[in-house]
Write a protein that binds this ligand. Structure first.
Ligand code: NAD
Length: 388
């Protein structure tokens, strides 16, 4: 029997636009899903570029006005991959138009807007999801499973670092990620947001209180002249402007389950390209993960016999581990794009069966609440409490 078609509209065609487009195209090649995703329309402001993206990524149509796209009767899912300050606006308009929504992180650039998107999603009953794709890395999903099965016992520590160096050169111009009015925050919202989601996901608990510090080392940069040249092709103008976001934000945390946590995000760590590293320590063992080696994790168990104790390298590619039966034989590794394919599979399942998707807008709101509490602490110097 022919599968029900679900028509997708994707807003944004660059980095995440590419990752999401690829996921919609690939998902049915690997997973058996009950609906057929149709890459209906991709949207962006620059007609020449969005038309090229339509052709390269395999969309049926392109558009330059997201409001017109959302008003279309034939669209079932709106997928949002635009800069952060547009997320709440597009999300809420799409929900009001009766569309299921998958939104890139963050859900909004303020905790109030994130709460409004969450409340609206609940009131509409539509499927809603926030793109914390790292949850869909098999190693992370499996680590979360091991913790919930009690393999590490009671968890005492989460230790996360997300380090990059792409703005180490002071001549890197003021792209939108360095503008608070568009991005909301810098390394914090961009990178700590991922660690915050991972901590909640692998420890199955909520943040109780936080204490943060942040710094902007490079306070002025050239204005952006042009973005032609793709993801890395920024062109600088001779004029300068102020950097309005943090270069680094670090914080301490206490969790509802009694664990303590340390978090550090920076985009000024020379040599660190996309170093998304975390470890958890429980009373019976530890798990260590580094996204740059995403097909494995290190496991230490205190019950191992004397003499052979030590961290072991666990291949996260075995077929019984989350998502892996859809891919290759053990140790035939997968990559970054598969986290999106796995996420889209689960999202389409949710749409097909009209059931909740996780991570949902509630997770997006809670993430924003932690980011916001850290921001408040950075200013006041006090410990702060994110609302639950
Ligand atoms: N999940 C992840 O790991 C991950 C990774 C990177 C980015 N992101 C998130 O994805 C979002 C997009 O980031 P990116 O790196 O793809 O950015 P980008 O700058 O590469 O692309 C942004 C896209 O949005 C389009 N756009 C901007 N304003 C628009 C508007 N008003 N109407 C229609 N289109 C508009 C641009 O034309 C472009 O196509 C951000 O919110 C970011 O936080 C998430």
């Amino acid at each position: 029997m022919a599968k029900r078609k679900v028509n997708i509209a994707l807003i944004g065609y660059q980095f995440m636009g590419k990752a999401h487009s690829n996921a919609y195209r690939q998902v049915s090649r690997f997973f058996d899903i009950d609906v057929e995703p149709v890459l209906k329309v991709i949207c962006g402001r620059n007609e020449t570029k969005v038309q090229a993206a339509m052709q390269q990524f395999g969309w049926e149509e392109y558009a330059t006005d997201w409001q017109e796209v959302i008003a279309r009767k034939d669209i079932d899912i709106v997928d949002i991959g635009t800069p952060n300050n547009t997320h709440a606006l597009i999300t809420q308009a799409a929900l009001r138009a009766g569309k299921h929504v998958l939104c890139e992180k963050p859900l909004a650039i303020s905790v109030e807007d994130a709460k409004a998107s969450y409340d609206l999603a609940v009131s509409t009953g539509l499927v809603n999801g926030i793109c914390h794709n790292y949850r869909f890395a098999p190693a992370i999903a499996y680590a979360s499973q091991l913790v919930s099965e009690g393999k590490l016992g009671k968890i005492r520590h989460f230790r996360g670092q997300y380090l990059q160096d792409w703005i180490i050169d002071p001549e890197v111009p003021l792209v939108w990620r360095l503008d608070k009015s568009i991005a909301g925050s810098g390394s914090h919202g961009d990178l700590n947001a991922h660690l915050i989601d991972t901590a909640r996901f692998v420890m199955h608990t909520e943040f109780k209180s936080v204490s943060g510090l942040s710094e902007t080392f490079i306070k002025e940069r050239p204005l952006l002249a042009d973005t032609s040249g793709g993801l890395a092709g920024f062109k600088a103008s001779s004029e300068k402007g102020a950097v309005t976001v943090d270069d680094v934000t670090a914080f301490l945390a206490r969790f509802d389950n009694g664990a303590t946590g340390t978090f550090e995000a920076t985009r000024l760590a020379p040599g660190r390209k996309n170093y998304n590293y975390w470890e958890i320590n429980g009373e019976k063992g530890s798990i260590v993960y580094n996204q740059e080696r995403m097909n494995e994790f290190q496991l230490y168990l205190t019950d191992d016999p004397d003499g052979i104790q030590g961290f072991r390298n666990v291949q996260a590619t075995q077929s019984f581990m989350p998502y892996m039966s859809a891919y290759w034989p053990v140790a035939h590794i997968i990559g970054y794009e598969h986290t999106f394919i796995n996420m889209i599979k689960v999202f389409l399942d949710a749409v097909a069966e009209n059931k909740p998707f996780s991570p949902s807008f509630l997770d997006g709101y809670r993430n924003q609440a932690v980011l916001d509490a850290v921001d408040r602490s950075c200013i006041s110097g006090d410990w702060t409490i994110p609302p639950h």
